[in-house]
Design a protein around this ligand. Sequence first.
Ligand code: ATP
Length: 296
Amino acid sequence: MTPDLMNAGTRALDAAQARRAALQGASGDRGASWSRVHEPGRVDTTHGAILYLDDITVSFDGFKALNALSMSISAGELRCIIGPNGAGKTTMMDVITGKTKPDSGRVYFGSTIDLLRMRENDIASSGVGRKFQKPTVFERLTVFENLELALKAERGVGAAMRFRLSGEQRDRIDSTLELIHLQGSADRVAGLLSHGQKQWLEIGMLLIQDPQLLLLDEPVAGMTDEETERTAELFLSLEGSHSLVVVEHDMTFIHALTAGDPAKKVTVLHEGSVLAEGSLADVQANEQVVEVYLGR
Ligand SMILES: Nc1ncnc2c1ncn2[C@@H]1O[C@H](COP(=O)(O)OP(=O)(O)OP(=O)(O)O)[C@@H](O)[C@H]1O
């Protein structure tokens, strides 16, 4: 999480908590941080791709975490990325979001935005939303307040403090609540939600800012089977209107997301490069993939 994003969240949280404390005579602490995404709609996808990674190498003390990695994600695509521990999946996400700068290679958001020239905060602002594995919601705020905060942060931190919700924005929060299956929990304190519900809330906080590309790192880790199923439904409902890159080890979930559709690509990473790419059936039948990952 970048310092700017941390500040955006904590300062707005302070303001929200001060309001609540004034009303309830209570005080709270700070539980989380999250990404701010705004000004979507400027990404040029006329050539079909929303994300290009070209020949990316990242070395840590001589060890290549990414080794000439190339990959392209189409606009509106839901791409699953699998691979053994240490394959480079998180490092790849770190490069896309500007957390790690590669030794060499190119990363483009659409055909014109060179992400390697941008800082982490600016990449988030350009429409790349990232969900880390661990849910990071503001535990002491209600579900509604968490979404409100995410919506307000679109306007910048200073403006967010003074900003009041319009009817249209309330509707946007309501439709997000419905999308993430939390319409009955709007007034619940987020800390009381189940692990899966916290994950959905954080996804909602990203979605309400309308990112064009969503990077999701092991989103169903720790979820119940029912929560996993619902998360698959949610992601499938976003496909087309958003582009999603989902890193996941849970093959049941990957099955649900690809739903036997041979047109849906799964990418297998191994030792910092693409080992295989194709339909789930194709990669499952690939002997090398079985050897390094699926057969274990
Ligand atoms: N900051 C770092 N310094 C040194 N080595 C690192 C660093 N970050 C990652 N690595 C190494 O790079 C390799 C790739 O790590 P990465 O976390 O990207 O893999 P991953 O595919 O996300 O694994 P997992 O499925 O376990 O999350 C690993 O061998 C890891 O130890």
